[in-house]
Design a protein around this ligand. Structure first.
Ligand code: SAM
Ligand code: SF4
Length: 319
């Protein structure tokens, strides 16, 4: 599907649930989500029909996200169905990793291609603070479970937070010396409700380059995605920086998003939404085409003072 600016939309990110087993401060409120009525969420059947409609229109890459996708009932069979569709090249999953010890093997068998695992700190107390309820050891066990299940090209994602983890950039980057992972640092996006974070918390990805400048970091290339890639000498994986705020990548955006309540979002930071709830497969396909044609050229200014127009928190979109 081509949009009106000539971008080929081949990548669908699907938030399968707004619910989560953590409560990251930059992502969702402490008391969780006000659970939408069950009837307002996509049913599993609708979700699968939507994936089929999207794939029939040329979507080749699927990312399953949330909320926490691994708390979704039947996540393994949903992934298996998606991975089986002709034309699907990749089914990736973004997760906090906590449930991977239980699910990594079944997800591998279901045909999931690889994981992005979120990890903002290596300090157990800071992990408990930022996630409000999580334990670092559970996330680390999840990363290990991904290796043990035979997953390769695992990416670890940390949101850069000034005054919280900017002093851990080197330690996090050093994970690439110890394990075959890419460590990616992502600028925090000023969402509808970004918790208690003030302007000083929103730091540029240049901080990463600054902190690693004496470490012999070499530029690799873009990964065909949104990260600028670098490598430490002797590393098994890359250090990536992702700058949704200090430099947007809208010109190369090939994505469209589907929320758990059945809204197609042509742009992460726009309030424009196209509902597919209750439609049949043809109706959904028409709505996908409409949403792609409605994709804006760029998302407009993003900063602490100029927040995302998404009108949703990140757990309701999927990142
Ligand atoms: N629960 C899963 C996880 O944490 O990986 C998937 C959903 S989560 C919303 C997807 C990604 O969005 C995570 O890597 C998370 O760190 C990131 N994220 C959430 N809020 C963000 C924000 N305000 N700015 C930048 N990234 C954010
Ligand atoms: Fe949950 Fe992921 Fe949001 Fe953290 S970032 S609260 S793990 S959805």
């Amino acid at each position: 599907m081509k949009d009106t600016f000539g971008r080929d939309i081949t990548y669908l990110r699907i938030s399968v649930t707004e619910l989560c087993n953590l409560r990251c401060r930059y992502c969702m409120p402490e008391d969780g989500v006000c659970k939408l009525a069950h009837k307002d969420m996509l049913t599993e059947e609708e979700l699968i029909t939507a994936i089929e409609a999207a794939v029939s229109l040329g979507i080749t890459k699927l990312r399953i996200t949330g909320g926490e996708p691994l708390v979704k009932k039947n996540i393994v069979s949903i992934c298996a169905h998606a991975a089986d569709l002709p034309g699907v090249k990749e089914v990736c999953l973004t997760t906090n990793g906590v449930l991977l010890p239980k699910l990594a093997v079944p997800l591998k068998e279901a045909g999931v291609t690889r994981f992005n695992i979120s990890l903002d700190t290596l300090n157990p107390e800071k992990y408990r603070y930022i996630t409000r309820i999580g334990e670092l050891k559970d996330a680390m066990a999840g990363i290990q479970a991904a290796f043990d299940a035979g997953f390769e090209n695992t990416k670890i994602n940390a949101v850069l937070i000034g005054g919280f983890n900017d002093d851990e950039i080197e330690d996090l980057a050093d994970l690439t010396l110890k394990m075959p992972v890419d460590m990616r640092f992502i600028e925090m996006m000023p969402m509808y409700d970004s918790g208690d974070f003030g302007p000083e918390s929103f730091i540029s990805a240049d901080t990463v380059l600054e902190k690693l400048k004496d470490r012999g970091l070499e530029k690799v290339s873009r990964d065909g995605g949104v990260a600028e890639l670098y490598r430490l000498p002797g590393a098994m994986g890359n250090v990536g920086i992702i700058r949704p705020v200090s430099a947007h990548f809208c010109g190369e955006c090939n994505r469209i998003r589907l929320t758990a309540d059945g809204k197609l979002k042509p742009c992460l930071h726009s309030s424009d939404e196209y509902s597919i709830k209750g439609l049949d497969r043809d109706g959904m396909a028409e709505m996908f085409k409409k949403a792609v044609l409605g994709k804006p050229r760029w998302h407009g200014e993003l900063s602490y003072d100029s927040r995302s127009h998404a009108n949703r928190n990140m757990n309701q979109i999927g990142g």
